[in-house]
Design a protein around this ligand. Sequence first.
Ligand code: 5GP
Ligand code: MN
Length: 339
Amino acid sequence: MITKIIQEEKIQKAKKYVEKGERFVIVTHVSPDGDALGASLGLYHFLSAYGKDQVAVVVPNVFPSFYRWMPGSKEIVIYEKYPDFAVELLQKADVIFCLDFNEPKRIGKLAQPVLEAPGRRVLIDHHLNPADFCRVVMSYPEMSSTSEMIFRFICRMGLFELINKETATCIYTGMMTDTGAFTYNSNQTEIYTIIGELIKKGIDKDWIYRQVYQVYSESRLRMLGYVLYEKMKLYPEKRAALITLSQAELNRFGYQSGDTEGFVNQPLAIEGVDFSAFIREDKKYIKISLRSVGEFPCNLFASRYFNGGGHKNASGGEFDGSLDEAIRIFERGLAEFTY
Ligand code: 5GP
Ligand code: MN
């Protein structure tokens, strides 16, 4: 059996909300990734299987196309596209689940309507330092994904039987993507106990892997080639690497949201590199992604130089300025950063 990680009192409180609630909204962070979507859709399918027929997943903005195969993804309400509908759902919700984020800022423009909604909020998350905006706070940074927490939450309510193939598929997707397909942050043995249970529920883990990692468009693969050949700068004495892409470069390769997902991990394949940064010029801001292997604390680097945060080995931030400025800040940071 798996260890009881989540405090009993929190489980019981949330369970009551689940039993009594009629209308549910599940929200997750901006630019939802596999774990954000996996946890949200996993919980969505579970609540549906439990008999709740008014459950909605609301996300701030679009998610990558390589998650569109996920069961339930077509039902997701994108706030940027349907703000009025999303606000109506939130206003009527008895319970609002806040998944895979630790502070309202992480849901962007959704923050205000979520905070103003009268429903009870439940946080389920694995980021450090949760802000105080939910009645029930299940925050366990030692968990490798929020999706894993959803599995644990359902089991602890005594409702393992209600996990169907759809729920299991979504949970597995989140567990897989937040650990780079179990290549980092993935040494807890219970992860594999859980995967065993998910396989018994009928998931095809090899198929899920292919849907997420082997569905590049031609232009995306060519952009990766370009990035690796021309745009990767190494800082050998710092055991670090940097990739940058401007708007013009993104346009040249017909950039679609999600196309650069995973680029930041590539330099870590080089022997002697254990810190990698990717700086991308988005329309509204400069997006910074940081990854490391071992002890280098990406989250400290992200918060110190880019007002961001995240996990030790995977963090990010946003910068309001030019791409060149962001690069200068990165290089200055690299030169002086100690931890
Ligand atoms: P990614 O590089 O995939 O966008 O983000 C990796 C991780 O860093 C995310 O899971 C999240 O925890 C964190 N992160 C990314 N962007 C931000 C940001 O702007 N602010 C904060 N606080 N964390 C971020
Ligand atoms: Mn996560």
